[in-house]
Design a protein around this ligand. Structure first.
Ligand SMILES: *[C@@H]1O[C@H](CO)[C@@H](O)[C@H](O)[C@H]1NC(C)=O
Length: 396
């Protein structure tokens, strides 16, 4: 019913028109975050990344920034376990060990949070598998069994919509689809598929993204609504961070697919994923405000149209990653990502490391001066920016 052809064509036309005007890329457009800023951001995360999804996002950021050989954005990520020459990711191992020690024996999830989303603990999944690869044999067997239980829980215990989209919310609640889901679950399903040589799970990651897009994409733009279905809580607004979660999750699955042994057989799926990330990014970046940040909700009449450095950082990270992975992304997206990155990094308090203004991650329409997930997004953005420019340097 929802034909992507018209919109995809329109997006391509817009991108093409803008690409012609884009200035040539210059590395001098921005410089790396200073080491002391990175250290402060990590310190804030060590203190504040206590929720499952924030901790999982921090783990992803550590892999991308400090252990790039272990991230899905490296060309060696299609093999599991990772190369034995890779440095052990100590911080990741310690975060996973901490969650594993708190995990109640009766749960099927990687972590249990009373009242929490079904999707959120899966955000720890990629880190869990990477930690397993570096663990002693007994711990490895435990971690792999826990990851398998988590996959079975997601596929078999969590409710679904009639067309098969797995709910973001747990059993006992009616199916509810959140854009956030796309960063929590599909990247883990895809990576678990690579780790266990199960192509069907990589395909399932793609299918879930396709279904989520069908439910959440706005009828008037490429942006996604935040929450649809479930009855108790819906949010049809176009939330900046939700669009970031969707775009960044899509690009992680694309990278996982591309490095997998089945890359060629997923040619159509990879094209779709690149198109879907492009739709989200092109629509989001059209809302850039005069301070070079994106608004928390895209409706200019909304009372929460305030500038949000958090979702802006995540979307800019997704744009660099799309350009790196697809090799064909428009200069418009990369130029806008660069503009956003300069603005976001300029909003980091040099004595605390907190970036602001940001949305309150627990109250989607409220502004805050500090957000744990925003700190993780800063590191994802830094890694994406660095890897994008090194991919250009090595291909020219
Ligand atoms: C940075 O944070 C400190 C501590 O909260 C605050 O006193 C200071 O005003 C902030 N600096 C800027 C430039 O906002």
């Amino acid at each position: 019913m929802r034909c992507s052809c018209g919109l995809a064509g329109a997006v391509t036309a817009v991108v093409g028109a803008l690409a012609v005007r884009a200035a040539p890329l210059k590395r001098s457009d921005s410089s790396p975050l200073p080491d002391d800023a990175v250290a402060l951001i990590k310190q804030r995360l060590i203190e504040s990344a206590t929720d499952t999804w924030t901790s999982g996002t921090y783990v992803e950021a550590l892999l991308e920034l400090d252990y790039p050989e272990l991230s899905v954005f490296s060309s060696s990520s299609g093999t599991y376990p990772p190369p034995s020459s890779a440095s052990p990711p100590y911080e990741v191992e310690s975060i996973v060990a901490s969650w594993a020690s708190k995990r109640p024996s009766w749960t099927k999830e990687l972590a249990y949070e009373n009242g929490g989303a079904a999707a959120d603990p899966a955000a720890l999944g990629v880190g869990w598998l990477v930690a397993a690869a570096f663990a002693d044999d007994d711990t490895k067997a435990v971690y792999l069994a826990q990851a398998r239980q988590e996959v079975n829980y997601l596929l078999n215990s969590v409710p679904r919509t009639g067309d098969g989209a797995i709910s973001h919310r747990p059993p006992g609640e009616s199916p509810s689809l959140w854009a956030d889901y796309v960063s929590m679950v599909p990247p883990f399903l895809a990576y678990y598929g690579v780790a266990t040589s199960d192509r069907s799970l990589v395909a399932q990651a793609y299918t879930q993204i396709k279904l989520y897009r069908a439910h959440l994409q706005s009828s008037s733009s490429g942006s996604w609504k935040h929450v649809v279905g479930g009855g108790s809580f819906e949010d049809a607004g176009l939330w900046n961070t939700g669009n970031g979660w969707a775009a960044h999750g899509i690009v992680r699955v694309l990278a996982t697919m591309q490095a997998s042994p089945w890359s060629e057989s997923f040619a159509n799926e990879k094209t779709d994923l690149a198109d879907w990330a492009t739709e989200i990014l092109t629509s989001a970046f059209s809302h850039l405000k005069s301070d070079s940040l994106l608004p928390n909700y895209y409706d200019a009449a909304s009372s929460s149209y305030f500038s949000d450095a958090s979702g802006s950082a995540l979307l800019a990270a997704a744009a660099y990653r799309l350009a790196q992975v697809s090799g064909t992304s428009s200069e418009y997206l990369v130029e806008t990502a660069s503009t956003i990155r300069s603005a976001v990094n300029g909003k980091i308090n040099q004595s605390t490391g907190w970036v602001s203004p940001v949305v309150n991650p627990l109250s989607f329409k409220a502004q805050s001066s500090a957000s744990p997930e925003a700190e993780a997004f800063l590191l994802l953005l830094e890694a994406a920016w660095r890897d994008y420019y090194s991919s250009i340097a090595s291909s020219s």
